[in-house]
Design a protein around this ligand. Structure first.
Ligand SMILES: Cc1cc2nc3c(=O)[nH]c(=O)nc-3n(C[C@H](O)[C@H](O)[C@H](O)COP(=O)(O)O)c2cc1C
Length: 183
């Protein structure tokens, strides 16, 4: 199963248009979590997960976590907001802290391990330096999940040019499709 966590609040999200292009020919089951429609409590560093595996908060993250455990491919899609990922997707990612504690502090190997990890971001600016924050988050996620395959698709200049009309965007998507989606 391919799990998409959508970090855009937009119904006609440019970032999700990249995801749909990437997955348009796959036969695999796809599940989408829309972060802006999810009830997620912020991680407040309560330290529960440093002593006990899991998280005491009860909200939509329970469903998301269950899907992360069962997916083969985890796709995180987000617009770039002020040089980072969107706030609602960060609320979800910050809740992954329980997996870090499980893995590093509790030495419990039963944390989720999606085989493939893909981060997709779009940004209005042409400046590639905007992706420093998302790239660092991606590096942390890779070290957490240790996926067999991983890829980061960064699309710039989304506010001025229709992104799927850009040849380099289609080429980039095709490369990731070959490498990960149709292994
Ligand atoms: C709150 C907010 C902050 C943004 N910050 C940046 C930014 O720092 N750099 C940038 O290049 N674009 C920025 N943008 C533009 C979005 O990243 C861009 O329009 C994106 O492609 C929207 O994706 P979506 O249609 O999937 O939501 C920002 C947009 C909003 C609404």
């Amino acid at each position: 199963m391919i799990l998409i966590i959508n970090g855009s609040p937009n119904k006609t999200s440019k970032t999700m248009s990249i995801v749909h292009e990437l997955l348009k020919d796959t036969q695999e089951e796809i599940k989408i979590i829309n972060s802006y429609e999810s009830n997620i409590i912020s991680c407040d560093d309560c330290q529960y997960c440093s002593k006990i595996v899991g998280c005491p908060k009860t909200d939509d993250f329970e469903v998301i976590s269950n899907l992360i455990y069962h997916c083969s491919t985890l796709i995180i899609a987000s617009p770039v907001y002020f040089g980072g990922l969107s706030d609602q997707i960060m609320k979800i990612i910050n809740r992954f802290q329980q997996y870090f504690s499980q893995k590093i502090m509790m030495k419990d190997k039963n944390y989720p391990r999606p085989k493939n990890l893909i981060l997709i971001t779009t940004q209005g600016s042409k400046k590639r330096s905007m992706n420093r924050g998302p790239r660092q988050t991606f590096a942390i996620l890779k070290s957490l999940f240790n996926p067999q395959n991983s890829s980061y698709i960064l699309i710039t200049n989304s506010d001025h040019v229709h992104i799927l009309n850009q040849k380099k965007v289609i080429k980039k998507i095709a490369n990731v499709k070959r490498k990960i989606i149709f292994l």
